[in-house]
Ligand binder design. Structure first.
Ligand code: ADP
Ligand code: MG
Length: 482
């Protein structure tokens, strides 16, 4: 999968490491009791701590710590019993403290790894370097006054998890698979809502190029990519830019670049600062964070089944393909819906109906599963009618369409419209006799060896029965009578 790019000086390999900032789902901020709800009126969710009034003291939010630990466990990572909050000093108009409380040398979560699913059906492991907790900054607002900028501190002090990957990602497709899997894990764990468009999940992408086998090249860090698509476009642009520079004799500068989605290019924002520029030091207002005994194990026991576990279980327990399982586990609610449908039903048939019919119809209407007019129990009911031969698969599609528009259950529709499959031998024989009587020429032709006409007779019988005759019985009885 690792795609190589042809250049004048040979093949180039893309190397990517990602830093993902994920806003923690918590009612209050990391070090204050202010609310965190998205979309509130500007500067209405700001405590004295968030506004950095002199003498205010931060108080650590235990729930945010637990969320970070859960996430670390979901990333198969080491949880550090002791971690340290440090001040990262820099100036920004929307950072009233003049520093951000973050974690530097001793983060709460250490090395981990996740599996990513690639479009060609293969799976690759990506290393996680660390996850640390930190405060978010406020927001500068530049578009509400012709000459002034405003500051909204509602976001100031909200808890973020920064998840740093190893430089294991080898191209835009792998980068997309990585970000999708991280988002899925966060959503399963309910530790971050993963909404990139609201800024609750933001990615900085570090990109470099090298000839395969060489040392790592110099990286540029790209900020401001707020969708998976933008990220892939930014990587493509950046890779081409770096190869061009190196092949024409120059060298890549380590810097932070900004993605411009209108011009479709990255441009230099600032030269890359080094860690020592921030003058990190342990925050004197906060003790080292030491986890109480048993906390990690308690949280581990509370973890839900995670996407990869679920995917493997769907394959072994229900006999589904990797492809179907991957679609069904993409969201926790989708997997639950499927399992309700599959309950007491043929699991593969259930998967087909959920993926092809239901998700297909919802997708066409741009509806979410949560807004599905057909409940999981109702879809299960429809499949049960197919399995016990009450209706044929073909009629079931019509019933499904009716369920989708009316919200009625399959039983009711089949009863109301008289769609029950005809399995009465006498009734089917009567129809066959009729078809034989109506088509004497074809009967003669068939009997003199034109086998292909059999399909014609089946079609006629089905048509006359309005699709309700049991197809297997029609086949058997036709063979006898012909
Ligand atoms: P910083 O805060 O300076 O950006 P971090 O250690 O937080 O440093 O993040 C560095 C990120 O850059 C990591 O995701 C890492 O995998 C990635 N990275 C490091 N070196 C390279 C490289 N040569 N090419 C691409 N990515 C790299
Ligand atoms: Mg960085």
């Amino acid at each position: 999968m690792a795609q190589l790019i042809k250049g004048k000086t040979g093949d180039w390999e893309i190397v990517i490491g990602m830093e993902i900032h994920a806003q923690v789902i918590a009612k209050s901020k990391l070090f204050s009791g202010s609310a965190t709800a998205f979309g509130a009126e500007q500067n209405t969710q700001v405590s004295m701590v968030d506004a950095a009034m002199p003498g205010m003291l931060p108080v650590l939010n235990k729930h945010c710590v637990e969320q970070a630990i859960k996430t670390g466990l979901g990333l198969n990572a080491v949880i550090n019993e002791t971690s340290i909050f440090a001040r990262k000093n820099y100036f920004y108009p929307d950072l009233p403290q003049g520093y951000q409380i973050s974690q530097f040398e001793d983060p709460i979560v250490g090395l981990g790894k996740i599996e990513i699913d690639l479009p060609d059906g293969t799976v690759k492991e990506i290393g996680i370097t660390r996850l640390h907790l930190e405060q978010d900054a406020g927001k500068s607002v530049h578009d509400q006054h012709p000459t002034k900028s405003y500051v909204d501190l509602n976001r100031s002090g909200c808890a973020l998890m920064e998840i740093v990957s190893e430089p294991d990602i080898r191209g835009p497709e792998e980068a997309a698979a990585y970000i999708n899997k991280i988002r899925m894990i966060l959503r399963y764990l309910e530790t971050c809502n993963g909404n990139m468009d609201e800024g609750s999940m933001r990615a900085d992408v570090n990109v470099s190029v090298r000839h395969p086998g060489d040392e790592l090249g110099t990286r540029a860090e790209i900020k401001n990519v707020n969708s998976v698509k933008a990220m892939q476009q930014a990587i493509d642009f950046e890779v081409a830019r770096q190869i061009e520079i190196i092949e024409s004799g120059g060298s890549v500068v380590q810097e932070t670049r900004l993605w411009d989605p209108v011009k479709m290019e990255t441009r230099s924002m600032r030269s890359k600062e080094e860690a020592h520029d921030y003058r990190y030091f342990p925050d004197p207002d906060l003790l080292p964070l030491t986890l109480e005994e048993g906390l990690i194990e308690r949280l581990r026991a509370e973890l839900p089944e995670l996407p990869d576990q679920k995917k493997h279980r769907f394959m072994s327990e229900y006999g589904l393909s990797l492809y179907d399982s991957t679609i069904l586990i993409a969201e926790r609610s989708r997997a639950e819906y499927y399992e309700t449908v599959a309950n007491d039903n043929d699991a593969k048939l259930a998967a087909n109906w959920v993926i092809n019919e239901l998700l297909g119809a919802l997708n066409k209407d741009e509806k979410k599963l949560e807004d599905s007019p057909i409940s999981a129990a109702q879809l299960g009911g429809l499949i049960a009618l197919i399995t016990d031969n009450t209706i044929s698969g073909k009629i079931a599609k019509d019933v499904f369409a009716e369920m989708y528009t009316s919200g009625k259950s399959a039983d009711v529709i089949v009863e109301e419209k008289g769609l029950k499959q005809v399995t009465d031998t006498g009734a089917i024989e009567a129809i066959i006799d009729q078809v034989i009587a109506d088509n004497p020429d074809n009967v003669t032709a068939y009997r003199s060896g034109k086998d292909k006409l059999f399909g014609f007779f089946v079609g006629q019988v089905m048509k006359l029965s309005e699709g309700k005759a049991n197809p297997a019985m029609v086949n058997d009885l036709l063979k006898k009578k012909l």
